[in-house]
Design a protein around this ligand. Sequence first.
Ligand SMILES: [Zn+2]
Length: 308
Amino acid sequence: MGRLEVKVLDGTPPPFTRMISPYLLICGDEAIMIDSGSRTSAEALVEQVKGEGVRLKAIVLTHIHLDHGGGAGSLYRLLGSVEKVLVHPRGLRHLVDPSRLWEASRSYLGPYADYFGKPESLPEGVVEAPDDGASIAFCGDRLRIIYTPGHASHHMSMLLEGEGILFTGDSAGVSVVDDSVRVEVPTNPPPFKPLLYYESLLKMIRLGRGVVEKVALGHYGFRDDGLGYLERHARDIIRWFKMAYEAVSRGASDPGALAEVLARELEEASRGYKSSNPIVREFFYMGAVNGLLDAALRKEPLPQVAYT
Ligand SMILES: [Zn+2]
């Protein structure tokens, strides 16, 4: 058994880079991957895994959206070493038969569905759903599963206990560098559940300082001062929620109008809105706008007390 190492991989399909980050937990010549990139980034990820000289034995998915779980079936086929793929129980059947997930993704994502590609299916016996709170022993450390619904009903985060690294997937926003400007926006496509999202965020914050030292985001890479990042996101997101709900109550009823209002009122939103990178502007920012609009129109409950 070797020393545990955690590396960020780039699972962004070309022509873009550093927007989607799976992680590799390496122990000697064995590895576990957190998230799998998309179908269209699988070949590049295979090269990255081979470059580390390790045998990938398991993949743990934060959720099944195409940019996180879409590559798992292809990595399984291409590497031939993956024994288990772990996913939230609500995601399990979609990995075995991705056809409904694919249809839903196409109708929501439009051209981005093809950019990420149609997931390959996984054999039933390979896919398992761990319980909330379960932990996986690896390299003398433990990877604890923490269900964090909200972004999606099938979302879970993972805490690597000894290292103090919390893998948040899409449960704690996006923080990417675009043209040397850091853009931080929520990531919450429809059907978005603001209250569940917020409760999941508090669940992660309550793990406490000392337990969470770093966060490892799905988009993109590590943030040091992990707990500080989560606390800031919890305060920020309340402003996004309120602003969106107010704009909708004043009559904003289409994504374009809401996108403009948010960009005018919130500095973080304006950075997403102005970005020339379509992943940042259309996929992250407009994805968040669409989710907030949908939640406001459906009158989804909001958290009553903001985190301070
Ligand atoms: Zn994502």
